[in-house]
Design a protein around this ligand. Structure first.
Ligand code: NAD
Length: 486
């Protein structure tokens, strides 16, 4: 049984309650984790508070902080196979992805932010000659980090690497669906010797453990990744004690294919964009906007390619697709498919499920003749469902792409660089890719327009802005006496 990690020690929750973790591909029980009660959350926050207010971490030589983060990166790499298998078993993502992306990316994040630790600089302002005015960037405090299940280890690293590099302490709440790799990460940090209270990991549902954490007055900032509906609850919680808040929320990415696009690249990009991790990706390219002159040709090629994807046992490295993370989520995706049929979209692909597949397997699905008014074009499905729409000209493409409540990412496909940049400027989204450029990089910030979020994740300047506090210090060099009578 897995425990909570609080104040540098492993502990059962006070209520001795447990949560069963299940393999969604087989339905088999994987492990039990302790559930953190409100009291346990209070202990974790107090530990993070103490470690911040009185402990060595925020005051450590930034080079030493960086060295510890680098060690964490190295240890993750040395346990690549273990981490990859744990996340694959826990959420059903193919082992080729957890090995090829999730775990290396988590290690890269810690390595990259290790280098940021000693490069956080303040400013000096030009004021009067007998004044020196400085701006310091200081560690911000005890941070609550709440993450979803789609990239369990990577999501935790995206939060922890910049938070720790900036000298903060943290209480991490992974998703109740995917708690296992965060605990392994805590084990590594413990072995390396991170001071007690710097990293704390609590488990439980959002409604109980998550709420207790974000409403706790000892927290200075909430950093959250998840659905926009939950993001709104974070804003409510942030009001208590006027906490800072960083929200990375959902998306409904439009991929716009102009007539001069490199079609073979487009096919690969669109397939990866929507079916990678079975669409459980915030930036999944769930809306394909194709010029009407190319619609038939492109759709045929995409359907043919999607049919060639191998779906099945996530632990088999030959499979491109595994299963969705929970039966509940699978039912949600299925409801969207039924809604699309009811709304009059034309299903042009519903892939074959592997024999004996349990209820978490959902096949790649493509709907044609989708309109912006349909639910599948408006709501985030977070599953392997592609909506295809057509446009006549650039103006209409921009209008359809922007006709959406989310604004996380947009993908453009064209050989015309001027058009690419012109349209990129007009799309209301925080990240635009052109001809498939777009892997997650630690130094490139992630922004969200509209319902997709507030603030920025990653990026070095942005991380420093999000996870440090600014202080102005005004120093008089004057030797003259005050003009006021003594
Ligand atoms: P979710 O909002 O249901 O849950 C996310 C986390 O919040 C979980 O740990 C959950 O336990 C916790 N939580 C839920 N209710 C809470 C509450 N009231 N108080 C405190 N914590 C609470 O999201 P999900 O279904 O786990 O994840 C999928 C969503 O995440 C999608 O919308 C996806 O787009 C988004 N996402 C966004 C990004 C990004 O960078 N923008 C990245 C990955 C995932």
């Amino acid at each position: 049984m897995k425990q909570l990690y609080i104040d540098g020690a492993w502990t059962h929750g006070t209520g001795l309650r447990t949560w069963a973790v299940t393999n969604p591909a087989t339905g088999q029980h994987l492990d039990d984790v302790s559930v953190a009660s409100t009291e346990d959350v209070d202990r974790a926050v107090r530990a993070a508070r103490r470690a911040f207010d009185d402990g060595p971490w925020p005051r450590l030589d930034p080079l030493a902080r960086g060295r510890m983060l680098r060690q964490l990166a190295e240890r993750i790499r040395s346990r690549l196979e273990d981490f990859a298998m744990v996340d694959t078993l826990n959420v059903g993502k193919p082992i080729r992805d957890t090995r090829g992306f999730d775990v290396p990316c988590a290690a890269d994040l810690f390595e990259s932010y290790a280098g940021l630790s000693d490069k956080i600089a303040g400013k000096c302002y030009g004021t009067l000659p007998d004044n020196v005015t400085m701006q310091f960037r200081e560690p911000m405090g005890a941070i609550a980090a709440i993450v979803p299940w789609n990239f369990p280890l990577t999501n935790a690293a995206i939060k922890l690497a910049p938070i720790l590099a900036c000298g903060n302490t943290v209480v991490l709440k992974p998703s109740e669906v995917s708690p296992l790799s965060a605990l392994m990460l805590a084990e590594l940090a413990h072995d390396i010797g991170f001071p007690p209270g710097v990293i704390n990991v609590v488990h439980g549902t959002g409604a109980e453990t998550g709420t207790a954490l974000v409403r706790h007055p000892g927290i200075d900032k909430i950093t959250f990744t998840g659905r926009h509906q939950t993001g709104i609850q974070m804003l409510e919680a942030a009001k208590i004690g006027m906490k800072g808040v960083l929200l990375e929320l959902g998306g409904k990415t439009a991929s716009v294919v102009f007539p001069d696009a490199p079609l073979e690249q487009v096919v690969n990009g669109v397939i990866t964009g929507i079916f990678y991790n079975l669409g459980q990706v915030c930036v999944a390219g769930s809306r394909l906007l194709v010029h009407e002159s190319q619609h038939d040709d492109l759709l045929d090629r995409i359907v043919a390619k999607a049919k060639a994807l191998r779906q099945g046992d996530p632990t088999d490295p030959n499979n491109h697709l595994g299963c969705l993370a929970t039966p509940q989520h699978c039912s949600t995706v299925q409801r969207y498919v039924e809604q699309a049929q009811h709304d009059g979209a034309r299903c042009v692909l519903t892939g074959q499920l592997p024999t004996g597949a349990q209820n978490c397997f959902h096949p790649p699905t493509i709907f044609d003749r989708v309109t912006s008014a349909m639910t599948i074009a408006r709501e985030e499905i977070f599953g392997p469902v592609l909506s295809v729409m057509t446009f006549r000209d650039e103006e209409e493409a921009v209008r359809i792409a922007n006709d959406c409540d989310f604004g996380l990412m947009g993908n453009l496909w064209t050989s015309d660089g001027t058009r690419a940049l012109r349209v990129a400027r007009r799309l209301r989204a925080g990240r635009i890719t052109i001809n498939g450029g777009g892997a997650l990089r630690p130094n490139v910030p992630v922004f969200g327009y509209k319902l997709s979020g507030i603030g920025a994740e990653l990026g070095f300047d942005e991380a420093v802005h999000e996870y440090t506090s600014s202080k102005a210090v005004l120093y008089s060099l004057a030797t003259e006496k005050s003009p006021w009578p003594e």
